[in-house]
Design a protein around this ligand. Structure first.
Ligand SMILES: O=C(O)c1cccc(C(=O)CC[C@H]2O[C@@H](n3cnc4c(=O)[nH]cnc43)[C@H](O)[C@@H]2O)c1
Length: 228
């Protein structure tokens, strides 16, 4: 099987790259062979613009059997400990639209986009692939994707009441959009590095989130390669 593993930054998948260096055959700079799996690693950049361009360019000439996005995320749910790994199955574009005095309206609200226009389901980018080669047993989550990490009470309250999100990232929606548009089965896996709150970087735990994310990533890829 041909598997694409993609992340915004190398930092987020560094331990996975080390695993591949030790356990697989390196075919070229970002390509590996692990048992029955051809693995391509794409570092697509931070934010939706970089991500959509890199992934779109890749999918224009490559047909992976499955794409896997791995990254860290902020959590709206305090009951999820930092380091919890979740599978995001629904994404909203949460800051693309218009400000109307103190109200935010997304592109569906102002009728520039129509509900369920492809590849949307309603106003969300939903992972509708039901028969993936492998599905990890992880909590599922609703994601919002933003261009600016949320860090004020009005913004957080607005997102919670409009989209009821569990997690926030800066690339999830771009990944869903590209994979749905190209009919590529996909999984988005995120590990909680911080809570979505008034910005306090000292409370983030990126090393823990990266460790837990990569343990799960190795386990998923081993299962896909038929190694466990
Ligand atoms: O400001 C800094 O010093 C800083 C250092 C490292 C990382 C950051 C980020 O803002 C990470 C953005 C990156 O991680 C994802 N992420 C993680 N938590 C959140 C969040 O609460 N809201 C949105 N995105 C988040 C995101 O997908 C980016 O790729 C800052």
């Amino acid at each position: 099987m041909k598997l694409l593993v993609t992340a915004a930054t190398t930092l987020e998948v560094q331990p996975f790259l080390q695993f591949l260096d030790h356990e697989s055959q390196k075919v070229s700079a970002h390509q590996y062979r692990l048992a029955n799996c051809d693995i391509q690693v794409l570092i697509a950049g931070i934010g939706m613009m970089h991500y959509a361009y890199s992934l779109g360019r890749y999918l224009a000439t490559n047909r992976p059997d499955m794409a896997l996005q791995a990254g860290i995320a902020g959590s709206f749910r305090r009951e999820w400990a930092l380091g919890t790994v979740v599978m995001v199955d629904r994404e909203y574009l949460a800051d693309l639209g218009a400000e109307d005095n103190d109200q935010f309206k997304d592109l569906f609200d102002i009728h520039l986009w129509q509900a369920s226009q492809p590849p949307f389901t309603g106003n969300a980018l939903v992972n509708t692939f039901t028969s993936l080669p492998y599905r990890p047993n992880l909590p599922t989550a609703t994601g919002v994707s933003v261009n600016m990490v949320s860090g004020s009470t009005p913004t957080i309250t607005r997102l919670e009441s409009k989209y009821m999100p569990d997690v926030e990232s800066m690339e999830g929606a771009a990944f869903h959009y590209a994979c749905l548009s190209e009919n590529t089965p996909f999984l988005q896996v995120r590990s909680i590095s911080n809570y979505v709150e008034i910005r306090d970087k000292s409370k983030w735990n990126i090393p823990l989130a990266v460790k837990q994310l990569n343990d799960e990533l190795v386990s998923i890829v081993k299962s896909l390669a038929g190694l466990s």
